[in-house]
Design a protein around this ligand. Sequence first.
Ligand code: SAH
Length: 227
Amino acid sequence: MPEKERTNKKHTTPIVQSKGQLAIILSKIKGFNEAKVSLEQYQTDSEVAASVLWNAFLSGDLQNKKIVDLGSGTGILGLGTMLLGASELVFVEIDKTASETCKNNFSALKSECSGDFLASFRTEDVSDTTGVFDVAIMNPPFGTKKEHADRVFLQKAIELAPVVYSFHKASTFGFVQAFAKDNGFKITHHWQFLFPLKQTMKHHTKKIQRINVVCVRLEKQRNSNHC
Ligand code: SAH
């Protein structure tokens, strides 16, 4: 059973008032204790997260919305949507340790910001996730360790929500475009980043590596017969 954390009323008003303020708060959340290579555990950089989330907020995709954070890790994306007025959050993470950190980050933010947040935490494989959401947000494994891991996440995301924000390796943008088209979704926006991967894993040699990443916003098309 998912563990629930409830407060009396739903939070609908953004706690933060600017992208910069959001980035500062997100930069303070606790990261992975020991990042697991097999699960491609890379925490999204706080500036990158704030940039995408701020755009999502301005597009009207967060306030009063029910959001699912797939492969939530330590929670940076979902927590950010919470600070921007999401009404309900579901964090999905396969790794128990990361899920615990996410819960702790949630509790810390909740007390610090004295917000009325509604969140639940599911320690499960995304393949098993069910529900109906307004928006799915994710920085999934890019599929470098487990082939097609990104496809599994995309498939699940479009099953759960009509709007999806998803990070991918820029070199796979063509695949994401084709996936969207084949499934009755459209890429309405995309943003490119040089993604800093801090040296959290043993195989990283340089202090900070950078890879080209694209974040896409997918939206289900009205006349689509798919899904
Ligand atoms: N969303 C976080 C973490 C990104 S790393 C952030 O943006 O910082 C990808 C996360 O997906 C990791 O925490 C990893 O443990 C999780 N993950 C990998 N495979 C998964 C699966 N099949 N189901 C659920 N979570 C998974």
